[in-house]
Design a protein around this ligand. Structure first.
Ligand SMILES: [Zn+2]
Length: 294
């Protein structure tokens, strides 16, 4: 079996699984891997750079948030650390060879323990031995991969654009997963538990330069309560008390207004169990002041 064929199989397998798992892949699935010619081929190992035994060049690279393989993001690309400090470690040599041959790789980003987002094709576009790092760019999934393993055409501008877009998507998905996990996948106001109807809302909006993608700047909210919080129909005090805007309290209408909004007035929000995940009181205060002056 050739490196090329296994690589193609890995891409198609991941495409299928990403759909099934809604883009968030459990580690166990990647450890077990896919079957090729009756042989199980895993996609990850305890190391960040992984080459299955059956292949000539690395297949996957993994960034573990806050772990030893944490990547720094500089500019519009991803910076990926060497394995260890030996420039000539076989894993580092493997990535260098993948760069020389323009071979597409799979990039995994661990958004929380045991949960991964996958991106491919990923390319090593620069080797920086002085910093013990590689520079990584993503490219278009639709590009044909030619028989020699290489992608048929490489364009720096296109790769830069795609990498920027992918990075934004990783950040958004990561924020959503971490916030929903902290709130046990339920709306902090009404306790609705259906993930499809839930959002990870920012307290300080994403568009504000002071906004942080941390769980303490997030709230798990159902779609209607997310919109209502963003549009100041609802305020949350720094003491976690829900306040419904005065004019709404005076309004008389059907069950959504009555049960979905008015009856929440003066109740407390459902808090994450972990203290560090709870909404930051300063962020709540900023937003609450805006609510009061709306
Ligand atoms: Zn709700």
């Amino acid at each position: 079996m050739s490196d090329y064929q296994i690589r193609l199989k890995a891409f198609s397998w991941l495409r299928e699984k990403s759909e099934v798992y809604d883009d968030i892949l459990p580690r166990k699935l990647l450890q077990e891997g896919f079957e090729y010619d009756g042989i199980k081929i895993p996609l990850v190992s305890p190391q960040g750079i992984f080459k299955p035994r059956q292949m000539k060049l690395p297949l996957t690279i993994t960034s573990i948030s806050n772990g030893p393989y944490d990547d720094k993001e500089i500019g519009n690309f991803i910076i990926y650390k060497y394995r260890g400090t030996d420039i000539n470690h076989r894993d580092n040599v493997g990535l260098r060879n993948a760069m020389a041959q323009n071979v597409p790789l799979i990039y995994f980003n661990s958004i929380m323990p045991g949960k991964y987002i996958s991106v491919w094709p990923a390319f090593i576009i620069a080797d920086m031995p002085n910093e013990l790092t590689f520079k990584i760019a993503f490219d278009d999934k639709k590009l044909p991969i030619v028989k020699s393993n290489k992608i048929s055409d490489s364009s720096d501008a296109r790769r830069e654009y795609i990498t920027t877009t992918v990075k934004r998507r990783i950040h958004q998905q990561s924020f959503r997963e971490r916030v929903l996990y902290a709130y046990k996948t339920q709306c902090t106001l009404c306790r609705l538990k259906h993930k499809e109807l839930l959002d990870a809302a920012h307290i300080i909006p994403d568009s504000d330069p002071a906004s942080k993608p941390t769980v303490d700047n997030g709230l798990a909210l159902c779609k209607i309560h997310h919109a209502a919080y963003d549009k100041f129909f609802i305020g949350i005090t720094p003491d976690y008390t829900i306040e419904i805007r005065d004019d709404l309290l005076r309004e008389v209408d059907g069950p959504m207004l009555q049960h979905g909004l008015k009856e929440l007035n003066k109740l407390s929000i459902q808090l994450p169990t972990k203290a560090g995940d709870r909404p930051n009181k300063e962020f709540l205060e900023i937003k609450y002041q805006q609510f009061l002056h709306f």
